[in-house]
Design a protein around this ligand. Structure first.
Ligand SMILES: Nc1ncnc2c1ncn2[C@@H]1O[C@H](COP(=O)(O)OP(=O)(O)OP(=O)(O)O)[C@@H](O)[C@H]1O
Length: 256
């Protein structure tokens, strides 16, 4: 029996999200374990990405999206008036399914966020860029061409660059929405290895459709079905002894 850790810097309490009058997720209660990887799994349309995007207020820009319930980051409710979403996303970074580097140099992609948040000295920016690229396991491949366009990199390299871009802001949490689904198997493996390395420093939450990937890399798994969180627990237990028959059916590949 694996016990769930009690401490968590990020948690959701009764989170419900609707697009207009259509409910996408309902009454989600979840504490994300610190410095661990939590995988959000479930069939297409069950609300995984919607829920993930709530965690750093990425849904704010969708006019017809209404969120109720509470999301606490540290001791702050992220929707409270004193919270600036721009600052919040510095702490809770996000990487999307398709690599989306800016059409700028590799260096500028990583330096952009810190520069925007007030880091002006070139030496300081140089250090941030190198550290972020090293942590994203990309430094050795790009150190001699930092001023080349990011768009000249392969898809897998671009995705690691996007991870470096998020890391450069020194976040506490990384949200990844199917970060490897557009990549070839070798690049996928690199991203998976990278996530396993990064969890030593960051709390990671990843949406994935790939059951093997969830089983390989995550410490905890949350199974969503039709907008509900059906089951959450240690990945080993969810995959070997699921408590709910819907979880068992999904993991067995009976639907999805
Ligand atoms: N911007 C939007 N406007 C209206 N409805 C939306 C929007 N985004 C998502 N939805 C709806 O909300 C529900 C949940 O979608 P969501 O993308 O969160 O699910 P998902 O589990 O991540 O799916 P997938 O695995 O296919 O990406 C779906 O019914 C979807 O059609």
């Amino acid at each position: 029996m694996v016990f769930l850790p009690t401490h968590s810097i990020l948690s959701a309490e009764g989170v419900t999200v609707a697009y207009g009058d259509k409910l996408a997720v309902q009454n989600i209660n979840l504490k994300f374990p610190d410095q661990a990887i939590t995988a959000l799994i479930g069939p297409s349309g069950c609300g995984k990405s919607t829920f993930l995007r709530c965690l750093n207020r990425m849904n704010d820009s969708i006019a017809h999206c209404q969120i109720t319930g509470k999301i606490h980051y540290r001791d702050i409710e992220i929707h409270s008036p004193e919270v600036n979403a721009f600052e919040l996303r510095k702490q809770i970074g996000m990487v999307f399914q398709k690599p989306n580097p800016f059409a700028k140099s590799i260096y500028k992609n990583v330096a952009y966020g810190p520069a925007h948040h007030g880091v002006k000295k070139k030496k300081e920016l140089d250090e941030i860029v190198e550290t972020a690229l090293r942590k994203a396991a990309l430094w050795d491949e790009v150190k001699d061409k930092l001023h080349s366009s990011a768009l000249s990199l392969s898809g897998g390299q671009q995705q690691r660059l996007c991870i470096a871009r998020a890391i450069a802001l020194k976040p506490q949490v990384l949200l990844l929405d199917e970060p490897a689904s557009a990549l070839d198997p070798i690049s996928t493996r690199k991203i998976e290895e990278l996530m396993c390395e990064l969890k030593k420093e960051y709390t990671i939450i990843v949406v994935t459709h790939n059951m093997q990937q969830a089983a390989r890399i995550s410490d905890y798994t949350a199974f969503f079905y039709m907008g509900n969180l059906v089951e959450f627990g240690a990945t080993e237990e969810i995959f070997t002894t699921p408590q709910d028959e819907r979880t068992a059916g999904y993991i067995a590949g009976n639907f999805g």
